[in-house]
Write a protein that binds this ligand. Structure first.
Ligand code: HEM
Length: 519
């Protein structure tokens, strides 16, 4: 080494080349630091910054977002404040700005969420699809999927009966069995999603269904983990991060598994579109995407499927889990919900009309949504196009990320579990839709508000109601001694469901023929 450093055979102006190399290498970190400093968004002047004591500001937002937001609200009631995140400062607005946010064309959802994701790295193909097709994906769900729901209710019920049989069919009657609630609820939702998006054959391929669960289970945490690193280091760090390695591997497997099926459907859909016909309304998200897509072009149809795994499975699985947990913890609802399901299904069969009449169940799901989401910020947005100027003069410059705080009187888990509150609210004149589970408005903001409110919520509604009817009619449920309350946590502004909570289940004979309940 010493010889190499002094070797004038490799020299410029008498200084050995090796010295140049060392100087250049030593200069890299300060240059990168300067670059980061120069390109990093700075906090907005004049808006206070809130941090948690004894914690790096970014880590506070990463690991304890609820505490941070509650502290901010206490310190600055009804006033904007800022939190610092690994991807820059975020403004937190009080509730009074929500209506203007809802109506502003300058406030966009996808750049806030996906812009922070490593969408340009291998393995994150779902985020790339969302990033590239920011309006197409929500449109496909809002228009095509939602319009098809009436046609797929029976199919979903059939799938629900099949999947519960596979999961719990071998459990001996007359004995109580422990099951891990979150894992089983997520499996049910993944089957519904697979069947709806790519049809029965894919839904019955265990390798594929397991992959749909695993992909979102690694892509999201991997993306969140990468946020701790500066953007310019992420392309390197990803190779040493086990979760990113897993995400790459799962994305490759997904491509291998679904490309053939996606291409087959693409061919059929293109032929139908070319012949001026409508594509199939059921079990064909590929057809929906192609029909809805105006640009056509370079749409990654496999990426679209991965985007749906990440947006729809764990979210809904987590909510079904929460609903079941609360019903088991407050068992008087088990019998009430059963009676409601029997009377409604007997009259209407497996139809959307029936799902709309499950009033108590609707209220249970809304109550769970309130509990889970109410302490997290709502309406996550990035200012796009131009600055966002509010009527009181407060202005957020273009490119800034912000969220809106929930109403101050929302107490989430601190309020008792009382689903009846929603039945009472819905009984008021003209209030039935306003407080339904799928409502997304200023009073009920857990699915967001306005143009960017969750476009998958009608599907989530149907999935959860069908699943719960089947699960309650086919099984008895009870809490094992000392059943723990699940930890409803969050990472940044994403609710996280990590639970090993077990509950007890035993088979029962349903009062109606679930395959054909209408009398
Ligand atoms: C109980 C289950 C679910 C909950 C609680 C939920 C919640 C949300 C929330 C809070 C937003 C952001 C809205 C805003 O900030 O204004 C959102 C957006 C979104 N959700 Fe859901 N969601 C659920 C299920 C689903 C499902 C099943 C799908 C897909 C099949 C889905 C797809 C999406 C998409 C694509 C967006 C982005 C909308 C846009 O960019 O405009 N969600 N969801």
């Amino acid at each position: 080494m010493i010889n190499f450093l002094h070797n004038t055979a490799f020299s410029l102006a008498g200084i050995p080349l090796a010295i140049y190399t060392l100087v250049c290498l030593a200069a890299v970190p300060p240059i990168l630091w300067l670059y980061r400093f120069a390109t990093r968004q700075q906090p907005l002047r004049g808006v206070p910054i809130v941090t948690l004591d004894g914690q790096k500001p970014e880590e506070g937002w990463y690991a304890k977002p609820r505490e941070l937001l509650i502290k901010g609200r206490k310190q600055y009631p009804d006033q904007p404040f800022q939190v610092l995140s690994y991807s820059g400062p975020k403004l937190v607005l009080p509730q009074r700005y929500l209506e203007e946010v809802r109506d502003s064309p300058n406030a966009a959802f996808a750049p806030y969420v996906v812009g922070d994701m490593p969408w340009n790295l291998p393995g994150f193909d779902g985020f790339l699809a969302m990033y590239k097709h920011q309006s197409l994906i929500p449109e496909v769900l809002r228009v095509k999927l939602t319009q098809s729901l009436g046609l797929i209710t029976e199919g979903l019920a059939e799938e629900g009966i099949m999947v519960t049989e596979e999961l719990f069919g071998k459990l001996a009657p007359g004995q109580w069995h422990n099951i891990t609630l979150l894992a089983e609820a997520t499996k049910i939702i993944s089957r519904f999603t697979a069947r709806t998006m790519l049809g029965e054959e894919m839904a019955h391929d265990p390798e594929y269904v397991n992959l749909t669960i695993r992909y979102a289970g690694v892509a999201f945490p991997a993306a969140l983990q990468l946020r701790r690193w500066p953007r310019y280091l992420r392309p390197i760090v990803q190779y040493f991060t086990p979760l990113c390695q897993k995400a790459r591997c799962e994305a490759r497997t997904a491509r291998k598994l679904i490309t053939k099926e996606v291409e087959r459907r693409e061919k059929l859909a293109r032929a139908a579109i070319a012949a001026g016909q409508k594509v199939s309304k059921t079990h064909d998200s590929v057809g929906w995407v192609l029909e809805q897509s105006k640009t056509d072009g370079k749409l990654d149809l496999v990426g679209f499927q991965l985007a749906i795994f990440t947006a729809g499975i764990h979210n809904t699985g987590g909510h079904l889990f929460t609903a079941l947990w609360y019903i088991i913890a407050y068992p008087k609802y088990i019998q009430l919900l059963r009676e409601e399901a029997i009377s409604v299904l007997k009259e209407y069969g497996w139809t959307r009309q029936a799902l709309g009449r499950l009033r108590l169940q609707d209220a249970v799901h809304r109550e769970c949504l309130r509990i889970l989401r109410s302490n997290l910020a709502t309406a996550r947005r990035q200012v796009v196009k131009g600055d966002l100027k509010f009527s009181d003069g407060f202005t957020i410059p273009k490119g800034r990320n912000f969220v809106v705080m929930p109403p101050a009187d929302y107490q989430g888990e601190n309020e008792p579990f009382y689903p009846e509150r929603w039945i009472e609210k819905r009984a008021g004149e003209g209030q039935a839709n306003k407080h339904a589970f799928v409502a997304a408005n200023i009073e009920n903001q857990e699915f967001g508000v306005g143009k960017h409110a969750c476009p998958g919520r009608w599907f989530a509604n149907d999935e959860m109601k069908i699943a719960l009817c089947i699960l309650l009619l086919r099984y008895e449920w009870k809490a094992p001694p000392g059943m723990q309350k699940p930890l409803f946590a969050a990472c940044e502004d994403f609710p996280t469901f990590e639970s090993t909570v077990q509950v007890q289940i035993t088979p029962r004979e349903p009062e109606i023929d679930l395959a054909c309940p209408k009398i």
